[in-house]
Design a protein around this ligand. Structure first.
Ligand code: ATP
Length: 251
């Protein structure tokens, strides 16, 4: 419930050979708090994202989700526990429609994966649920299109729809507005805020665009050269001298 800690990262470090990409990072995210991780290029955001989502096992430290130590769990196991990451576009099926792509995780979630292709064509229950999700992200009018026919921004929205179809408690979004036009960016920011307010899902995003971060996040962690440089509410981060310096120095 809101207020309790959902995700806790305790003293996590990660090395690539001799290079220290993350050093003693500590993070605590309560249920429902829209949180962002920011930092200049090379700060370690992608490494952190990969460590939390189970792609890499951290060199040291623990990751606790719903009071359970999940350090080293693979992504599919985390997904079943309610921790989802945004998928890359390569995870969509280009020869299925937008609607069918959203049906796939619903069918898998309902344990019908063994007859997934016939379910995609016929399962009315999954179809209705998928349509509801497409409405939520504003893609309902494109439901019959093939993924390859979508614009870049709409494909990114479809990724979010596919993640929602897994009914997660927490969603990690890696630079959700990267590569988008200003209009697509605004639409996506509003969508994330709306989802955070209405679905009970806890969003945790990495982002390099400060405008996006300050307009969407309730709480911000700043990573710099693998260490946490600052944390706080957007206004505090905006006025933090060390943060300003790190960004200017890195530009
Ligand atoms: P960006 O925003 O530019 O993607 P980032 O904050 O996501 O940066 P990371 O990609 O996590 O940063 O990289 C952190 C540091 O670790 C960088 O200095 C990078 O060169 C280094 N690094 C990343 N991956 C590897 C790897 N596989 N082997 C060696 N060094 C790596």
């Amino acid at each position: 419930s809101r207020g309790e800690i959902l995700l806790q990262v305790n003293g996590v470090s990660h090395r690539y050979g001799d290079f220290v990409a993350l050093q003693d990072v500590n993070i605590k995210i309560p249920w429902g708090q829209l949180t962002a991780l920011i930092g200049p290029n090379g700060a370690g955001k992608t490494t952190f994202y990969n460590v939390v989502s189970g792609k890499f096992r951290p060199t040291s430290g623990r990751i606790i989700f719903k009071n359970k130590d999940i350090t080293g769990y693979p992504p599919h196991r985390l997904f079943r526990m309610g921790l989802a990451r945004s998928f890359q576009i390569t995870n969509t099926f280009g020869n299925l429609t937008v609607l069918e792509n959203v049906m796939v995780p619903i069918i898998l979630r309902n344990g019908k994966g063994f007859r997934i292709w016939s379910s995609v064509k016929k399962d009315r229950y999954s179809r209705d649920e998928a349509l509801g999700i497409l409405e939520l992200v504003g893609l309902e009018e494109l439901s019959r299109k093939f993924v390859r026919e979508l614009s870049y921004g709409d494909r990114r929205l479809l990724e979010i729809a596919i993640v929602l179809a897994g009914k997660p408690d927490m969603v990690l979004l890696d630079e959700p507005t990267a590569g988008m036009t200003p209009e697509e960016t605004d639409k996506t920011i509003n969508l994330i805020k709306h989802l955070a307010n209405t679905t009970g899902i806890t969003f945790f995003l990495t982002e390099h665009d400060m405008k996006v971060v300050f307009s969407v996040a309730e709480y911000i962690y700043v990573l710099h050269q693998g260490r946490l440089l600052a944390q706080g509410k957007p206004l505090e981060i905006r006025e933090n001298e060390q943060v300003k310096e790190a960004y200017l120095g890195g530009a």
